[in-house]
Write a protein of this length. Structure first.
Length: 257
């Protein structure tokens, strides 16, 4: 390639990259911008926090094919954006695969408080459960409760108007979870009880999920149809999650349907 042609090619790529970035840099893809919201949900910012179930293999850029991941958070955002286009909702996904409650605490200031969500949805607990089953004595039901409560207390102190949504951690007897089912069931049950308790304590919306997965797996077996490894939902499992989230969130946030 001649030098002139190479220079023209580089300039074209540079210009196209700038234009593409500008096109993608809409508010819902950026941190630290100012949003005005009201009691009817107009302009509301929704933030989904958690582990790999929330992460959904999301991208860390402004590629709208992937930025919200490929799970329940994406499905909720897609449905609410489609049904309520005049509300001007903004959606963020900050789930990170492998996270526990202490991991959330370590990044909370940048990945939650700085975004200033109107609605903060949290699903956390299955990795804490896995560590406990694996024998890590740092991860007890008591530590889960204490650390989770501290995180919610900090959040309400810094974002007093935020609506909290606490999602129940869940499992099904598949794969390695089935192999140690008694241990997994004991550990996750304790954390499920804590999640429900904290939801009541902080006047949060509680989204129960275990019974929904149990009932769905019983009606349409096998359990692998809903959760391929006992922890991560199949696509239909994410749809179940999204429907339950909208149902329970809509009981308090009446503009959601």
């Amino acid at each position: 390639m001649h030098e002139k042609e190479e220079s023209s090619r580089r300039n074209f790529i540079k210009q196209a990259s700038v234009a593409g970035a500008a096109a993608l840099a809409i508010p819902s893809a950026l941190d630290g911008f100012s949003i005005t919201s009201d009691d009817e949900g107009n302009g509301f910012t929704f933030l989904f926090q958690g582990d790999s179930i929330t992460d959904g293999n999301r991208s860390r850029n402004t590629d709208w094919n992937h930025v919200l991941g490929h799970g329940y958070a994406y499905l909720i955002a897609a449905r609410l954006w489609y049904q309520l286009p005049k509300k001007g909702f903004h959606f963020f996904n900050r789930g990170i695969s492998g996270n526990t409650v202490p991991d959330l605490a370590a990044r909370w200031a940048d990945d939650t408080i700085a975004i200033k969500p109107d609605v903060l949805s949290i699903l956390i607990g299955v990795n804490d459960t896995m560590h406990a089953v694996g024998g890590d004595k740092r991860f007890t039901v008591e530590s889960y409760e204490n650390d989770y409560r501290a995180l919610l207390t900090q959040t309400k102190q810094q974002l007093p108007q935020v609506e909290l949504v606490i999602c129940e951690p869940f499992i099904l007897p598949v794969g390695r979870v089935k192999d140690k089912w008694v241990d997994y069931k004991r550990e996750v049950t304790g954390r499920q009880q804590v999640a429900k308790k904290l939801a009541a304590e902080f006047n949060a919306i509680f989204v129960p999920l275990q019974d929904s997965f149990n009932q769905s797996a019983a009606k349409y077996p096998p359990a692998e149809y809903w959760m391929w490894d006992g922890i991560h939902p199949m696509p239909n499992g994410h749809e179940l999650f999204a429907r339950e989230w909208i149902k329970y969130a809509g009981k308090k946030l009446h503009f959601i349907r």
